[in-house]
Design a protein. Structure first.
Length: 272
């Protein structure tokens, strides 16, 4: 659907490319806000609103039919967007103070959505390739989310509710999927994928939980769910079509799993 929408938009805008170049709509309400917008190419679009004080934005678009919509509502927020290519799309929204969000897109038809609510949250999204998607949601304080995609048709979703949570996701390949959800404080989640059609899903409800996952190969599935505090789950899958499902309920559980080969299945349930 994403490819169809941006493809249709690209065709429509390219038909007017000789008459219409780039469009920028920027507004600042408040005091001491700063913004820099650079557009090179055809039919690039930027919309920026800064409502508050001492907000900063840097938007760079090089190519055709790139779009960026950015909003800072509050004080001392920072937005940095770099788009190089064709049909890349970015949406950044900040509600609060001292939040920082950055987007780097190199390629075509990549998409990033970042929403920050609260104070001192940090989000970074990097895409190299085509048709990749990143969604990062932060609601709280001092959360950090980092997403990096190299390849095509990859998806990353990272949701953080609470304080001082840390999430990192890396995908190299195509058609990979990562979802990391953190609801609580001081949780850490890290998942790395190299290959194609891998799936990793991590949910943390509580405080001081840790999940880590490494998938190298194709068609691997990893599910890690933690309900409580101070739980640790670490898994590595090296091969193809391996399956791991880990559920930890309660406090202070520890799990480490390793699968080397193909079509292995591991199910772990821990509770107290």
């Amino acid at each position: 659907m994403k490819k169809f929408i941006f493809g249709a938009f690209a065709l429509m805008t390219m038909s007017f490319s000789f008459a219409q170049s780039n469009i920028d709509l920027s507004a600042q309400i408040g005091n001491l806000n700063t913004a820099t917008v650079n557009q090179t190419g055809y039919s690039n679009f930027n919309a920026l609103l800064q409502d508050g004080n001492r907000n900063d934005a840097d938007i760079d678009q090089v190519g055709w039919v790139n779009t960026s919509v950015a909003l800072s509502m509050g004080n001392r927020n920072s937005i940095d967007v770099e788009q190089w290519g064709i049909g890349n799309a970015n949406t950044t929204s900040q509600y609060g103070n001292r939040n920082s969000a950055s987007t780097l897109q190199v390629g075509w038809y990549n998409e990033v959505d970042q929403l920050q609510i609260g104070n001192r949250n940090d989000a970074s999204a990097t895409q190299w390739g085509s048709d990749n998607y990143i969604s990062q949601y932060q609601n709280g304080r001092r959360n950090t989310a980092t997403a990096l995609q190299i390849g095509s048709d990859n998806d990353i979703y990272q949701d953080q509710m609470g304080r001082r949570n840390d999430a990192y996701a890396l995908q190299v390949g195509s058609d990979n999927y990562i979802h990391q959800l953190q609801d609580g404080d001081d949780n850490s989640a890290t998942h790395l994928q190299a290959g194609n059609n891998n799936t990793a899903d991590s949910h943390q409800y509580g405080d001081d939980n840790t999940t880590m996952g490494l998938q190298v190969g194709n068609g691997n599935q990893l599910y890690q769910y933690q309900y409580g505090d101070d739980n640790i789950a670490m898994d590595a899958q090296l091969g193809n079509n391996n399956y791991t499902d880990v559920t930890q309920t309660g406090d202070s559980h520890f799990h480490a799993g390793l699968q080397v080969g193909n079509s292995n299945s591991l199910i772990v349930n821990q509770s107290n």
